[in-house]
Design a protein around this ligand. Structure first.
Ligand code: FES
Length: 71
């Protein structure tokens, strides 16, 4: 799926950047150009960054039910 229509950047490209340590909209913009034209994709990029942080958080920071894991 294309996230940035203006620059033709797919979500797979942005996910690859996030896996490689890119962690801000500005860094995504600098790396692949997504979000550098009309800007309508920036909120989607922000959502992808947030989702990436949530799913790649260390186990010790995840809440498991009512209790937090303490490793
Ligand atoms: S859709 Fe990404 S800058 Fe326009």
């Amino acid at each position: 799926m294309i996230v940035c229509v203006c620059k033709g950047v797919a979500c797979s490209k942005i996910r690859a950047l996030l896996r490689d340590g890119v962690d801000s909209v500005e860094a995504v913009r600098a790396s692949c150009g997504a979000g550098t034209d009309c800007g309508s994709c920036r909120s989607t990029i922000e959502d992808m960054i947030e989702e990436h942080h949530e799913t790649s958080a260390p186990l010790s920071t995840l809440r498991l039910g009512r209790a937090s894991a303490s490793l």
